[in-house]
Write a protein that binds this ligand. Structure first.
Ligand SMILES: [Zn+2]
Length: 205
């Protein structure tokens, strides 16, 4: 049993739910927060509350936004006929950092993994097909770039979507980022030079 006062134990328990944070680190963070000035500690609490209250998913691409549509979807200078498909909202950031991509995005919300019970209907794949089919006020889609992670699940997801798009929308070019990204890693951690090369060298599927 814990010898901490219940509120301290609660904080340790909540912090240890964060990815990469074990019990020891959670304890260290909890004591740091306890020592911190009230303004810093409550600022952290407020920031967490605010993102949970104000940030939702874009109704078009499912990226994070505090509006119905994200800034990228709302930007008329972006090429809305080019859609880059990524797994998570965090994957949009390295693509944007590269400054070479001028299209829009589609965030799947994960990757296919039958072992973990993640099937196509658990991701925003059907919504991608609707966009490609030209529903709504978006212009016709010319190319879909599959930028899922170079992992087993990311590759499986890219192949599944490429196959379905080939059947449903044979006129749309479907490409995959070139190899060169470290295999088994997440797009999120790719540097912009590597990602830029992978994007420039993307190949048709
Ligand atoms: Zn959007």
């Amino acid at each position: 049993m814990s010898s901490y006062a219940p509120p301290v134990q609660r904080l340790v328990t909540e912090l240890s739910k964060l990815p990469g944070i074990g019990t020891r680190t959670a304890q260290r963070l909890a004591f740091h927060i306890l020592r911190a000035p009230d303004s810093d500690a409550l600022g952290l609490a407020d920031a967490i509350r605010e993102v949970k209250e104000r940030i939702g998913l874009c109704e078009v691409c499912f990226n994070l936004t505090d509006q119905p549509r994200c800034r990228i979807c709302e930007d008329p200078r972006r090429d809305h006929s080019l859609i880059c498909v990524v797994e998570e909202p965090g994957d949009v950031i390295p693509m944007e950092r590269m400054h070479e991509y001028s299209g829009v995005y589609h965030v799947l919300g994960g990757a296919l993994s039958p072992i973990d019970g993640v099937d196509p209907e658990d991701l925003r794949i059907a919504e991608l097909y609707v966009r490609v089919a030209g529903a709504g006020d978006e212009p016709a889609v010319r190319e879909v770039v599959l930028a899922t992670n170079p992992t087993t699940t990311g590759e499986a997801t890219a192949l599944h979507i490429a196959h379905e798009l080939g059947r449903r929308a044979p006129d749309v070019t479907v490409t995959r980022l070139a190899s060169g990204l470290p295999v088994g890693s997440d797009l999120e951690y790719a540097d912009e030079v590597t990602l830029g090369k992978a994007f420039a060298g993307r190949r048709s599927l």
